[in-house]
Write a protein that binds this ligand. Structure first.
Ligand SMILES: C[S@@+](CC[C@H](N)C(=O)[O-])C[C@H]1O[C@@H](n2cnc3c(N)ncnc32)[C@H](O)[C@@H]1O
Length: 308
């Protein structure tokens, strides 16, 4: 970008943040949020945009990679697999899987064009473009042939999809019989008792859902999630809450390393700093974090010839 247009771009960006974060009547769609966030990832070495899996991790880069590995390992990615990765951010997870679990072929779908461009360049620079094919497209309308992939994965993004249910049907369609779906995903917590806890829970969910483009139709808890996977035709469904390894350790890390927030846009630092003044229990009271997996049955027709 020519030097003269930089101040204009910075001003536009600041106004965008101001409107997004501080105007209660304004929200953005998912691509709008990620265009605005741009490459201001709080990670130091990569460009991950997830909250991380902190069981053994001691910094944000390690935790973000660990979340990707948790999904990749739960999916059993291996050299015979064709994998569809929905919502790949800047491609960090695909690069990590290609270098470690080495799936035969990864196709990525991401709705945010600016991320797709940079992710494709990063993959090409590493000479991985034969193995990793990143495309712009939506997880709810996959430009992918039916029964053509072995695994569908989505790391911390299915909550954005309009709707998650449409995505589940699409995932079922493109998976080969016997194929596996694995998601790291955010859902609301089951309702707690007590008025103040309940209010805190509601506020916590509403703030996140409102600012991070989570449509109301995706706001359901684990049992409904299970039912929706079953309705889409999946079996061997497992939904595990991993929230204890996500929110509280992330909050602790950020409180102990406030310099991490310097990597955010200046307009985003204030709400992040305010959140750190509260206990993690309060800030994240409304948010569950799940690792969900399910399999498309090999035998697709039931005894009555009924397709699920
Ligand atoms: C929280 S980021 C996670 C990125 C990456 N998985 C990671 O762990 O760093 C959510 C991602 O979902 C993508 N996304 C949102 N809605 C989408 C949709 N309908 N189809 C495909 N990607 C979508 C966004 O562009 C963004 O890359």
């Amino acid at each position: 970008m020519p030097e003269s247009t930089l101040p204009t771009r910075r001003l536009r960006e600041s106004l965008g943040y101001l409107n997004w974060l501080y105007n209660p009547f304004h929200g953005l769609d998912a691509a709008g949020v990620y265009d605005l966030l741009s490459t201001n990832s709080p990670t130091e070495r990569g460009l991950y945009l997830n909250l991380g899996y902190w069981r053994d991790a001691t910094d944000l880069d390690a935790a973000s990679g660990a979340l990707a590995m948790l999904v990749g390992e739960r999916a059993g990615l291996n050299p015979t697999d064709t994998v569809l990765d929905c919502g790949f951010g800047f491609g960090d997870q695909d690069i990590l899987w290609a270098q470690t679990l080495k799936p035969g072929h990864i196709i990525g779908l991401n709705i945010t064009a600016s991320q797709v461009d940079l992710a494709r360049r990063r993959v090409a620079n590493l000479g991985l473009d034969e193995q990793i094919d990143l495309r712009q497209g939506s997880a709810t309308d996959m430009p992918i042939e039916s029964n053509s992939v072995d695994k569908v994965v989505a790391v911390e993004c299915a909550f954005h999809f309009r709707s998650r249910e449409t995505f589940l049907r699409e995932a079922w369609r493109v998976l080969r019989p016997g194929g596996r779906l694995v998601l790291a995903d955010i859902v609301p917590m089951p309702k707690v008792s007590g008025l103040s806890s309940r209010l805190e829970q509601r506020l916590s969910w509403r703030l996140v859902a409102g600012k991070f483009a989570i449509p109301p139709e995706n706001a359901y808890t684990r049992p409904t999630y299970h039912a929706k996977l079953a309705m889409a035709g999946f079996d061997r469904i497992d939904i595990e809450s991993i929230r204890e390894q996500v929110y509280a350790p992330l909050h602790r890390f950020l409180a102990e390393h406030p310099d991490t927030l310097e990597r955010l846009h200046p307009m985003a630092r204030l709400p992040a700093r305010v959140a750190l003044r509260f206990e993690a229990t309060s800030v994240y009271r409304g948010l569950d974090y799940v690792l969900a997996s399910a399999v498309k049955p090999k035998q697709l027709l039931g005894p009555g010839g009924r397709r699920p």
